[in-house]
Design a protein around this ligand. Sequence first.
Ligand SMILES: Nc1ncnc2c1ncn2[C@@H]1O[C@H](COP(=O)(O)OS(=O)(=O)O)[C@@H](OP(=O)(O)O)[C@H]1O
Ligand SMILES: Nc1ncnc2c1ncn2[C@@H]1O[C@H](COP(=O)(O)OP(=O)(O)O)[C@@H](O)[C@H]1O
Length: 296
Amino acid sequence: MIAIGGRSALAGGTPSSSRGLGIGIEPPSSSSPKPGFVALSDLGSVNSRLSFKGSIRIKAMEGSRTVTVSETDLNTNGHAGNLGKSQSLLSSIGNSTNIQWHECSVNKVERQKLLKQKGCVIWITGLSASGKSSVACALSQILHRRGKLSYILDGDNVRHGLNRDLSFKAEDRAENIRRVGEVAKLFADAGVLCIASLISPYKRDRDACRALLPDGDFIEVFMDVPLQVCEERDPKGLYKLARAGKIKGFTGIDDPYEAPLNSEIVLTHKGGDCDSPIEMAEEVISYLEEKGFLQA
Ligand SMILES: Nc1ncnc2c1ncn2[C@@H]1O[C@H](COP(=O)(O)OS(=O)(=O)O)[C@@H](OP(=O)(O)O)[C@H]1O
Ligand SMILES: Nc1ncnc2c1ncn2[C@@H]1O[C@H](COP(=O)(O)OP(=O)(O)O)[C@@H](O)[C@H]1O
């Protein structure tokens, strides 16, 4: 039995980040492939409909299997784009079976030309009251004045709708971040400068969102503000409630915040005469300018 294996989606879903995938031979006695491997014989009708030309390339994701034809057939999303009619591609992603990616000639590059900017995700992480929303808003205002299209995905706001079913227990926070990461990726694909502002306390969840984007397009901004300062600000009175035991599992009090170690931008609280949100946002603007995101 031939088996094809690769890294999980958490390790990266784009063509460049999924290098290292390989084709392996499963022992004939093996009844089920190893985790992360897909038995070709299991692909059934999908397999029989594929007519391969060039090298076979497999993109394996956790709980998914996707068969592509050759690297040159992949578009900027890492999905098969210009396959001929005889080279149909069906995938199973999570619980979605027999699905196929549809491509349009109005693509990310075209949208970016229209908007005269490059889509990306600016991911602002930090404790509650560290100033995430203030910086996100200041950044959006500056960009707007400069004729650049941005959109804010704020944790508090997204929890009013899309993520209203999620609590603050660890697995729900992870799902919150995953969904916002996926939505942010769509905004970036639309050519928008997407500003995500969430506590996002766990490194693994932030890194999974980073892995959704092409290299360089995920810009992590760490609000490096001591807990004591956040607690003194406490604009919503939540720290007080958490200290009184009236809110359980509050980040920084009785739930962890894993500070990032390799953020693209660190906005540090410099004591009494701290930078204003506008000054902090200007730092982000400089980064975006330097990296060419403010032009097509
Ligand atoms: N238990 C607990 N821990 C932390 N925060 C709490 C909690 N309960 C409610 N809140 C309020 O929810 C806001 C954070 O939502 P997020 O979606 O950004 O959180 S997370 O990324 O899923 O951890 C956060 O808003 P910000 O202050 O803007 O960060 C809080 O107002
Ligand atoms: N750079 C700053 N210096 C002083 N106070 C700030 C700064 N940024 C935000 N604040 C204040 O701190 C509180 C929390 O800010 P907010 O942006 O809502 O944080 P978060 O979104 O991280 O919870 C607000 O009262 C806000 O006015």
